[in-house]
Design a protein around this ligand. Structure first.
Ligand SMILES: NC(=O)c1ccc[n+]([C@@H]2O[C@H](COP(=O)([O-])OP(=O)(O)OC[C@H]3O[C@@H](n4cnc5c(N)ncnc54)[C@H](O)[C@@H]3O)[C@@H](O)[C@H]2O)c1
Length: 357
């Protein structure tokens, strides 16, 4: 199988931590081109990965049109996912795009349609689907080990918006750049992960969102700017298998780095998935299965079998090569996710239960 030549667009934090190292590690992928509107980010990528000048772009259209680029990797802020992925779809080039998929569900619908019409391989980077503990939990649920599922409780907590962190008005606080705040940033992952692990779809939900700090320093130091997105987002959802789900999502959880828990309670057992609890970026799974353990309240940590360990960028290569395991999120997952995010936003305004449209 020929190596897939990748062009990466948006060389910021997630690109440097996950995408570019993942491409480098994969025997099936080769980074051949990079694009960023920031010359410093571009220079960093050129020097770090030895990309020649002719394949360093500031306009994503040029990277997508470049004949040496077989596949496109998109890690720009949320407001450009739609236009860049649409351009890749129309060019017939496979793409991996960061979450949340788009700013609105209308954009998500349009992108999904263009992707399907052009038969373009795609991946939406719901990265926690690649945590071994989450995959293991999913299998245990599918095997019926915890019986009928009644409750799912998911928390996703970070702390970097707390006053003492003095975080300026990054794009993540500005609606026209990010869509929603903690919701699109962390809550979209939580919505996807619960759907992934339970295998159930959301039918309706009700939410409470809010903003604690309404003004932050502008990044260029020229004054203050307005935060017009949520700092936290709590919601309850009904799922089509009858499961009652709750979500608590915030950027104000003191002491937390990238902390996630998902607790699943069924008729025959319970599963607890944890990320970032024992140590940063460590995923773990605890179970209480069977009536004896249930009566004694005994939860045990399970060793995670090797077969569950995987990598997001390798999954992109496997998708293109037609040998993927079907577990990475695709455009339809991203589209469904965007509709759920929009329902949370609608409910926050109306104060009512909202169906997923
Ligand atoms: N999957 C995950 O776990 C995860 C984690 C963090 C971020 N993300 C997502 O990744 C995306 C990027 O987040 P980040 O934290 O890396 O942001 P960032 O601000 O650190 O980096 C974004 C980069 O994109 C560049 N850029 C902006 N507009 C561009 C354009 N039109 N063309 C080319 N380059 C452009 C910026 O100059 C910057 O270098 C966001 O959508 C975010 O939600 C996902």
């Amino acid at each position: 199988m020929a190596v897939i030549r990748v062009g990466s667009i948006g060389i910021g934090a997630i690109s440097r931590c996950v995408h570019l190292p993942g491409i480098e590690k994969s025997p099936d992928l080769q980074l051949v081109a990079v694009c960023d509107i920031d010359p410093q980010a571009l220079a960093w990528a050129r020097e770090t990965y030895g990309i020649d000048e002719a394949h360093c772009f500031t306009d994503y259209r040029q990277l997508i049109a470049c004949p040496e680029v077989d596949a496109v990797d998109i890690s720009t802020p949320n407001d450009s996912h739609f236009e860049i992925a649409l351009e890749a779809a129309r060019a017939g080039k496979p793409y991996a795009v960061e979450k949340p998929l788009t700013l609105t569900s209308e954009q998500a619908d349009q992108l999904a349609q263009a992707t399907e019409e052009n038969h373009v391989v795609n991946m939406v980077c719901f990265s926690y689907r690649f945590k071994a503990a989450a995959r293991y939990a999913r299998d245990l649920v599918r095997q019926g080990k915890i019986g009928k599922l009644y409750h799912v409780d998911m928390q996703y907590y970070q702390a970097w918006a707390l006053p003492f962190c003095e975080t300026p008005l990054k794009w993540r606080f500005v609606a026209e750049r990010t869509g929603s705040g903690a919701l699109g940033d962390l809550g979209s992952h939580a919505l996807d992960l619960v759907r992934f692990v339970t295998g159930q779809e959301y039918t309706r939900l009700v939410s409470h969102t809010g903003t604690f700090i309404h003004e932050r320093k502008l990044e260029d130091g020229s004054g203050m700017g307005t935060v017009d997105v949520d700092d936290f987002s709590n919601y309850m959802a009904e799922m089509d298998g009858g499961t009652a789900a709750t979500f608590r999502i915030t950027r104000y959880a003191f002491g937390r780095g990238n902390y996630q828990t998902m607790e699943l309670y069924g008729s025959e057992g319970a599963i607890q998935y944890e990320l970032d609890h024992a140590a940063p970026d460590t995923d773990e799974i605890f179970v209480c299965i069977g009536h004896f353990n249930g009566e004694k309240h005994i939860f045990s940590k399970l060793p995670i079998p090797e077969e569950y360990k995987c990598d997001q960028m390798q999954a992109f290569a496997d998708k293109i090569n037609g040998k993927d395991d079907g577990l990475a999120a695709g455009i339809e997952d991203g589209r469904i996710n965007q509709h759920a995010v929009d329902a949370v936003l609608r409910s926050a305004k109306t104060g009512m239960w909202e169906t997923i449209q």
